[in-house]
Ligand binder design. Structure first.
Ligand SMILES: [Zn+2]
Length: 205
């Protein structure tokens, strides 16, 4: 099986498990090559897949794209992709993304990563209709309140039509490619509402 993209090793392993075949999975990136011998015995593939939906009409606005800030990208990368907050070693205050200076007790550079829950509630939401150069609009953002912790995160809403998610709605956090910046894919978590997409009319005009 040959696939392309950062997620391709996962698809290759899933394809092996699906076919019930053990074997080598190799991945190359620039000058590095990694290989793993995958034994599929006792493994299974579970799919969480939305039923097919009518395509959403979005308009792509021409432009040069959202520029990447490598400093910001690097600062948030681990926390975003691992879905972990910075937890202050002194007072336990959580920050997402992690901060050098604790907003709870003022301690500097004294924190460690702690896992965040993969479920939450929409605290507030907004659908963006204005054309943003190189982006497709409309799209919906939400501030999501993570379960059981004092953390709210701004993220894209996925799997439902733009404008259809409501305040107080519950959902899961799913890993998505949220943007391309200067040609670099930007991965992060997006909010997937528990309410199924079918029957949702979409508030976008
Ligand atoms: Zn603190």
């Amino acid at each position: 099986v040959i696939t392309l993209g950062a997620s391709s090793p996962l698809f290759a392993i899933a394809a092996l498990i699906d076919a019930g075949r053990s074997g080598l999975v190799g991945a190359s990136e620039q000058a590095a090559f990694s290989a793993a011998n995958v034994d599929v015995a006792g493994s299974s593939v579970r799919r969480r897949q939305q039923p097919a939906q009518a395509p959403v009409k979005r308009k792509q606005t021409p432009g040069t794209g959202v520029k990447i800030s490598l400093a910001a990208y690097d600062r948030a990368f681990e926390a975003k992709v691992r879905w972990q907050a910075g937890k202050c070693n002194k007072c336990g205050t959580l920050a997402m993304p992690p901060r050098f200076h604790c907003l709870g007790c003022g301690a500097d550079d004294s924190w460690e990563y702690t896992p965040l829950p993969y479920a939450g509630t929409v605290y507030t939401t907004s659908t963006i209709h204005v054309p943003v150069p190189s982006l497709e609009s409309p799209y919906t953002l939400a501030v999501v309140e993570c379960d059981d912790v004092d953390v709210r995160v701004l993220m894209h809403v996925t799997d439902v039509p733009p404008g259809s998610v409501k305040i107080g709605e519950r959902g899961k956090l799913v890993l998505r490619r949220v943007a391309m910046r200067s040609g670099v894919p930007d991965y992060g978590y997006a909010f997937s509402p528990d309410v199924p997409a079918e029957g949702k009319s979409g508030g976008a005009k």
